[in-house]
Design a binder for this molecule. Structure first.
Ligand code: ISJ
Length: 284
Protein backbone atom coordinates (compact mmCIF):
# COMPACT_ATOMS: atom_id res chain seq x y z
CA UNK A 1 0.00 0.00 0.00
CA UNK A 2 1.62 3.24 -1.13
CA UNK A 3 1.56 6.36 1.02
CA UNK A 4 2.96 8.56 -1.72
CA UNK A 5 1.03 11.75 -2.24
CA UNK A 6 1.16 14.60 -4.72
CA UNK A 7 -0.79 17.79 -4.26
CA UNK A 8 -1.77 19.40 -7.53
CA UNK A 9 -2.90 23.01 -7.74
CA UNK A 10 -6.01 23.56 -9.82
CA UNK A 11 -6.53 27.04 -11.23
CA UNK A 12 -10.23 27.60 -10.58
CA UNK A 13 -10.96 28.92 -14.07
CA UNK A 14 -12.86 27.43 -16.97
CA UNK A 15 -9.63 27.50 -19.01
CA UNK A 16 -8.26 24.34 -17.32
CA UNK A 17 -11.49 22.74 -16.11
CA UNK A 18 -11.76 20.21 -19.00
CA UNK A 19 -8.19 19.05 -18.35
CA UNK A 20 -8.83 18.58 -14.63
CA UNK A 21 -12.20 16.88 -15.14
CA UNK A 22 -10.49 14.36 -17.38
CA UNK A 23 -7.46 13.98 -15.08
CA UNK A 24 -9.73 13.27 -12.11
CA UNK A 25 -11.10 10.23 -13.96
CA UNK A 26 -7.55 8.83 -14.03
CA UNK A 27 -6.64 10.10 -10.57
CA UNK A 28 -9.69 10.65 -8.34
CA UNK A 29 -8.94 12.82 -5.30
CA UNK A 30 -8.54 9.75 -3.03
CA UNK A 31 -5.87 7.96 -5.08
CA UNK A 32 -2.75 9.61 -3.64
CA UNK A 33 -3.50 12.84 -5.48
CA UNK A 34 -4.93 15.87 -3.73
CA UNK A 35 -6.23 18.90 -5.59
CA UNK A 36 -5.99 22.43 -4.25
CA UNK A 37 -8.07 25.12 -5.98
CA UNK A 38 -7.16 28.79 -6.30
CA UNK A 39 -6.35 31.59 -8.71
CA UNK A 40 -2.95 31.77 -10.45
CA UNK A 41 -1.22 34.04 -7.87
CA UNK A 42 -2.35 31.64 -5.13
CA UNK A 43 -0.83 28.75 -7.10
CA UNK A 44 2.45 30.67 -7.53
CA UNK A 45 2.64 31.32 -3.79
CA UNK A 46 1.62 27.75 -2.83
CA UNK A 47 4.37 26.36 -5.10
CA UNK A 48 6.93 28.70 -3.55
CA UNK A 49 5.95 27.60 -0.03
CA UNK A 50 5.81 23.87 -0.87
CA UNK A 51 2.06 23.69 -0.11
CA UNK A 52 1.52 22.09 -3.51
CA UNK A 53 3.89 19.94 -5.55
CA UNK A 54 2.88 20.91 -9.06
CA UNK A 55 0.37 23.12 -10.80
CA UNK A 56 -0.45 25.01 -13.93
CA UNK A 57 0.86 28.38 -12.74
CA UNK A 58 1.96 31.73 -14.13
CA UNK A 59 4.65 31.50 -16.81
CA UNK A 60 6.05 34.65 -15.17
CA UNK A 61 6.51 32.77 -11.88
CA UNK A 62 8.80 30.31 -13.66
CA UNK A 63 10.74 33.10 -15.40
CA UNK A 64 11.16 34.97 -12.10
CA UNK A 65 12.06 32.02 -9.83
CA UNK A 66 13.24 29.23 -12.13
CA UNK A 67 15.89 28.02 -9.67
CA UNK A 68 13.07 26.68 -7.46
CA UNK A 69 11.30 24.75 -10.18
CA UNK A 70 11.20 22.32 -13.10
CA UNK A 71 8.63 22.25 -15.93
CA UNK A 72 6.39 19.48 -17.17
CA UNK A 73 7.15 18.92 -20.88
CA UNK A 74 4.49 19.54 -23.51
CA UNK A 75 1.97 21.35 -21.31
CA UNK A 76 0.86 24.99 -21.03
CA UNK A 77 -2.12 27.31 -21.26
CA UNK A 78 -1.57 29.20 -24.49
CA UNK A 79 -3.61 31.32 -26.89
CA UNK A 80 -2.53 29.85 -30.25
CA UNK A 81 -4.32 32.37 -32.47
CA UNK A 82 -6.92 35.10 -32.25
CA UNK A 83 -8.28 36.46 -28.97
CA UNK A 84 -7.93 34.47 -25.73
CA UNK A 85 -11.12 36.21 -24.43
CA UNK A 86 -10.10 35.87 -20.78
CA UNK A 87 -7.09 38.18 -20.44
CA UNK A 88 -8.33 41.69 -21.06
CA UNK A 89 -7.45 45.31 -20.58
CA UNK A 90 -10.83 46.96 -20.06
CA UNK A 91 -10.63 50.70 -20.56
CA UNK A 92 -13.00 53.68 -20.48
CA UNK A 93 -11.28 54.95 -23.66
CA UNK A 94 -9.54 53.39 -26.69
CA UNK A 95 -5.76 52.75 -26.51
CA UNK A 96 -4.92 55.79 -28.65
CA UNK A 97 -6.94 58.02 -26.29
CA UNK A 98 -5.12 56.78 -23.17
CA UNK A 99 -2.30 59.40 -23.14
CA UNK A 100 -4.86 62.24 -23.12
CA UNK A 101 -7.07 60.38 -20.63
CA UNK A 102 -4.13 59.75 -18.26
CA UNK A 103 -3.05 63.39 -18.46
CA UNK A 104 -6.54 64.36 -17.23
CA UNK A 105 -7.28 61.48 -14.84
CA UNK A 106 -3.90 60.37 -13.46
CA UNK A 107 -1.67 57.38 -14.17
CA UNK A 108 -3.20 54.68 -11.94
CA UNK A 109 -3.94 51.52 -13.93
CA UNK A 110 -5.63 48.74 -11.99
CA UNK A 111 -4.44 45.14 -12.30
CA UNK A 112 -6.00 42.03 -10.80
CA UNK A 113 -4.06 40.45 -7.94
CA UNK A 114 -4.87 37.01 -9.39
CA UNK A 115 -2.31 37.36 -12.18
CA UNK A 116 1.45 37.39 -12.59
CA UNK A 117 1.95 36.62 -16.32
CA UNK A 118 -0.76 38.94 -17.61
CA UNK A 119 0.40 41.86 -15.45
CA UNK A 120 3.92 41.47 -16.90
CA UNK A 121 2.42 41.07 -20.39
CA UNK A 122 0.44 44.28 -19.95
CA UNK A 123 3.61 46.11 -18.83
CA UNK A 124 5.47 44.70 -21.86
CA UNK A 125 2.82 45.75 -24.38
CA UNK A 126 2.41 49.10 -22.64
CA UNK A 127 6.11 50.01 -22.97
CA UNK A 128 7.27 48.27 -26.13
CA UNK A 129 4.19 47.91 -28.36
CA UNK A 130 1.80 50.73 -27.45
CA UNK A 131 4.49 53.08 -26.04
CA UNK A 132 2.09 54.65 -23.55
CA UNK A 133 2.99 57.09 -20.75
CA UNK A 134 4.47 55.57 -17.58
CA UNK A 135 1.71 53.97 -15.52
CA UNK A 136 1.30 53.47 -11.79
CA UNK A 137 0.20 49.83 -11.46
CA UNK A 138 -2.35 49.33 -8.67
CA UNK A 139 -3.26 45.74 -7.64
CA UNK A 140 -7.00 45.21 -7.11
CA UNK A 141 -9.28 42.40 -5.95
CA UNK A 142 -10.33 40.09 -8.81
CA UNK A 143 -13.74 41.00 -10.20
CA UNK A 144 -13.81 44.60 -8.92
CA UNK A 145 -12.38 46.38 -11.97
CA UNK A 146 -15.63 47.95 -13.15
CA UNK A 147 -16.18 49.64 -9.75
CA UNK A 148 -13.79 52.50 -10.60
CA UNK A 149 -13.98 54.30 -13.91
CA UNK A 150 -10.33 53.46 -14.63
CA UNK A 151 -8.57 51.06 -17.03
CA UNK A 152 -8.09 47.62 -15.48
CA UNK A 153 -6.59 44.23 -16.25
CA UNK A 154 -8.84 41.25 -15.59
CA UNK A 155 -8.18 37.54 -16.18
CA UNK A 156 -9.96 34.19 -15.95
CA UNK A 157 -13.72 33.75 -15.54
CA UNK A 158 -14.33 37.39 -14.58
CA UNK A 159 -12.62 38.53 -17.77
CA UNK A 160 -14.50 35.99 -19.87
CA UNK A 161 -17.76 37.31 -18.41
CA UNK A 162 -16.75 40.82 -19.53
CA UNK A 163 -15.98 39.44 -22.97
CA UNK A 164 -19.33 37.63 -23.22
CA UNK A 165 -21.33 40.61 -21.91
CA UNK A 166 -19.25 43.68 -22.74
CA UNK A 167 -19.99 46.48 -20.27
CA UNK A 168 -21.55 49.44 -22.08
CA UNK A 169 -19.17 52.30 -22.81
CA UNK A 170 -15.95 50.33 -22.12
CA UNK A 171 -13.27 49.28 -24.63
CA UNK A 172 -11.99 45.70 -24.48
CA UNK A 173 -8.43 44.96 -25.52
CA UNK A 174 -7.44 41.29 -25.74
CA UNK A 175 -3.81 40.86 -24.64
CA UNK A 176 -3.17 37.58 -26.49
CA UNK A 177 -4.24 39.24 -29.73
CA UNK A 178 -1.98 42.21 -28.98
CA UNK A 179 1.03 39.96 -28.23
CA UNK A 180 0.46 38.12 -31.51
CA UNK A 181 0.24 41.43 -33.42
CA UNK A 182 3.46 42.57 -31.70
CA UNK A 183 5.57 39.39 -32.00
CA UNK A 184 3.74 37.02 -34.36
CA UNK A 185 3.80 34.38 -31.59
CA UNK A 186 1.19 32.62 -29.41
CA UNK A 187 1.33 33.90 -25.82
CA UNK A 188 2.02 31.33 -23.08
CA UNK A 189 0.08 32.37 -19.97
CA UNK A 190 0.73 29.31 -17.84
CA UNK A 191 3.18 26.43 -17.69
CA UNK A 192 3.01 23.34 -15.49
CA UNK A 193 5.48 24.03 -12.70
CA UNK A 194 6.89 21.31 -10.41
CA UNK A 195 8.60 22.35 -7.18
CA UNK A 196 12.11 21.06 -6.50
CA UNK A 197 12.66 18.47 -3.79
CA UNK A 198 10.11 15.73 -4.56
CA UNK A 199 10.94 12.27 -3.17
CA UNK A 200 11.81 9.40 -5.54
CA UNK A 201 8.36 7.89 -4.96
CA UNK A 202 6.70 11.23 -5.70
CA UNK A 203 8.73 11.51 -8.91
CA UNK A 204 7.43 8.10 -10.01
CA UNK A 205 3.86 9.24 -9.39
CA UNK A 206 4.64 12.51 -11.19
CA UNK A 207 5.66 10.54 -14.29
CA UNK A 208 2.27 8.74 -14.23
CA UNK A 209 0.42 12.03 -13.79
CA UNK A 210 2.36 13.54 -16.68
CA UNK A 211 1.50 10.60 -18.98
CA UNK A 212 -2.15 10.98 -17.98
CA UNK A 213 -2.08 14.75 -18.61
CA UNK A 214 -0.70 14.26 -22.13
CA UNK A 215 -3.56 11.84 -22.78
CA UNK A 216 -6.09 14.22 -21.16
CA UNK A 217 -5.04 17.20 -23.24
CA UNK A 218 -6.04 15.25 -26.36
CA UNK A 219 -9.27 13.85 -24.85
CA UNK A 220 -10.54 16.66 -22.63
CA UNK A 221 -13.17 17.98 -25.03
CA UNK A 222 -15.22 14.93 -24.07
CA UNK A 223 -15.91 16.55 -20.69
CA UNK A 224 -17.54 19.72 -22.08
CA UNK A 225 -21.07 18.29 -21.69
CA UNK A 226 -20.68 17.63 -17.97
CA UNK A 227 -18.89 20.97 -17.44
CA UNK A 228 -21.73 22.89 -19.05
CA UNK A 229 -24.09 21.46 -16.41
CA UNK A 230 -21.93 22.36 -13.41
CA UNK A 231 -23.54 24.71 -10.88
CA UNK A 232 -20.73 27.30 -10.99
CA UNK A 233 -20.66 27.36 -14.79
CA UNK A 234 -24.16 26.95 -16.21
CA UNK A 235 -25.35 30.30 -14.79
CA UNK A 236 -23.09 32.43 -16.97
CA UNK A 237 -21.94 30.55 -20.08
CA UNK A 238 -23.73 28.22 -22.51
CA UNK A 239 -22.37 24.94 -23.85
CA UNK A 240 -21.73 26.68 -27.20
CA UNK A 241 -19.94 29.49 -25.35
CA UNK A 242 -17.70 26.95 -23.60
CA UNK A 243 -16.92 25.19 -26.89
CA UNK A 244 -16.11 28.50 -28.54
CA UNK A 245 -13.90 29.61 -25.63
CA UNK A 246 -11.98 26.34 -25.42
CA UNK A 247 -11.40 26.28 -29.17
CA UNK A 248 -9.28 29.43 -28.72
CA UNK A 249 -7.05 27.83 -26.05
CA UNK A 250 -4.28 25.31 -26.41
CA UNK A 251 -2.58 23.12 -23.79
CA UNK A 252 0.53 22.36 -25.89
CA UNK A 253 4.07 23.55 -25.25
CA UNK A 254 6.07 23.09 -28.44
CA UNK A 255 8.95 25.01 -30.10
CA UNK A 256 6.87 28.09 -30.99
CA UNK A 257 5.43 28.35 -27.50
CA UNK A 258 8.90 27.92 -25.97
CA UNK A 259 10.28 30.65 -28.23
CA UNK A 260 7.42 32.93 -27.18
CA UNK A 261 8.07 32.22 -23.50
CA UNK A 262 11.76 33.06 -23.82
CA UNK A 263 11.01 36.23 -25.82
CA UNK A 264 8.54 37.29 -23.14
CA UNK A 265 11.24 36.62 -20.56
CA UNK A 266 13.58 38.93 -22.42
CA UNK A 267 11.03 41.78 -22.37
CA UNK A 268 10.51 41.16 -18.65
CA UNK A 269 14.30 41.42 -18.18
CA UNK A 270 14.43 44.66 -20.18
CA UNK A 271 11.70 46.06 -17.94
CA UNK A 272 13.72 45.06 -14.85
CA UNK A 273 11.01 42.61 -13.72
CA UNK A 274 13.49 39.69 -13.67
CA UNK A 275 17.30 39.75 -13.48
CA UNK A 276 17.83 37.44 -16.47
CA UNK A 277 16.05 34.93 -18.69
CA UNK A 278 16.35 31.39 -17.31
CA UNK A 279 16.70 28.25 -19.39
CA UNK A 280 13.78 25.87 -19.61
CA UNK A 281 14.58 22.97 -17.28
CA UNK A 282 12.37 19.92 -17.27
CA UNK A 283 11.04 17.77 -14.46
CA UNK A 284 10.99 14.59 -16.58
C1 ISJ B 1 -5.63 32.52 -20.21
C2 ISJ B 1 -5.56 32.80 -18.93
O1 ISJ B 1 -4.35 32.71 -18.37
C3 ISJ B 1 -4.13 32.70 -16.96
C4 ISJ B 1 -3.27 33.80 -16.61
C5 ISJ B 1 -2.27 33.69 -15.69
C6 ISJ B 1 -1.50 34.90 -15.23
O2 ISJ B 1 -1.81 36.00 -15.71
O3 ISJ B 1 -0.60 34.78 -14.39
C7 ISJ B 1 -1.96 32.42 -15.16
C8 ISJ B 1 -2.65 31.32 -15.54
C9 ISJ B 1 -3.71 31.32 -16.55
O4 ISJ B 1 -4.83 30.69 -16.07
C10 ISJ B 1 -6.77 33.21 -18.18
O5 ISJ B 1 -6.69 33.81 -17.12
O6 ISJ B 1 -7.86 32.92 -18.65
Amino acid sequence: MSHTHLTIGQISYLNVLPLFQTLKRHFPPSSGIRYMPGHPSEMNSALEHGEIDLSPASAFEYLANAERYRLLPGLSITAPSGPVKSVLLVSPVALEELPRWMAENGNDIHVTRASASSVALLKTLWSFHWKLPTANWVPITPGTGLDCKRPFLEIGNFALQNWLNPPAGWHIIDLAEQWRAFTGLPFVFAVWIVRNGLSDAQRELLADVHTALLHCKAACHESIGEISEMKDICGWISREGIEDYLSTLDYDLGPREEASLVLFGDYCRRLGLIPGVPGLRWAL
